[in-house]
Design a protein around this ligand. Sequence first.
Ligand code: RIB
Length: 280
Amino acid sequence: GMVTKKTYTIGLVIQDIRNPFFPKMVSGVEHVAYNHGYMVLLCNTDEDLNREKDYIATLREKRVDGIIITVSNGIDRAYIAQLTKGDIPFVFLDEIAEEVNCVCVDNTLGAYQATKHLIQLGHKHIACLSGPSTSITNLNRVDGYKKALMEAGLPINKDLILKGSYKADSGYKSAESILKDFPHVTALFCANDFNALGAYKAVVAHGKRVPEDISIVGFDDILDIPANHFAFTSVSQPTYEMGQAAATMLMDMIHKKPMNEPFMTFEPKLIVRDSTSSPL
Ligand code: RIB
């Protein structure tokens, strides 16, 4: 029969090494891999799909035993089909696609919790600063936002749902246009904390205060600055556990163990801090 030689290496492709969201996730993957005698090759794409494709091709050439990707063009079916053909097992971490084994947080629930928190504080005009429209993770967050509004009987205004990216400059631009065009808005739900940080800077640059004039909720819980500094209300993801789960799933696939959960969803948790309050 065919001789397959293991390299005891796995690839881990992440989209932004400078986003504090990722280190714990990488650490969860690495700990599990190490315990199984595997080494992790870390690839950073800076959210560039071409770099992602290059890295995956190179990891295949290097004959890694499996690959974990934290982001992918979730709705680009052709790309996913191309990814999953071939004999290397893949796990999607944080992003989801039906064809692939996945580990993610319940993004809809997290966004729902965040928006509901704003509604309970008394906000009626809440904008949504969304992330990349190719990301299912992001689309689910937009769904969660809408769900909370609908449940509270508040109208969904498409003009208040802004498209963007997961970078701070996107949050800045989106917040700026909301402040300019929709002065009645008192709260922003942001698809991630980099967006929230950009939005915060825009609000302050326009002479307004957070949370007195504008409340801001983010996603990821990376702006949890301790002590007396200003910390953000955010939806926390169990990133370490998610990394561990993805690596465990990949190890099971590499060792051809029967898979009982090809799709694992973790619970998000809203952490209320200084960036949200009732509208004045
Ligand atoms: O900040 C990075 C974002 O990309 C996170 O929210 C994560 O869930 C991913 O979608």
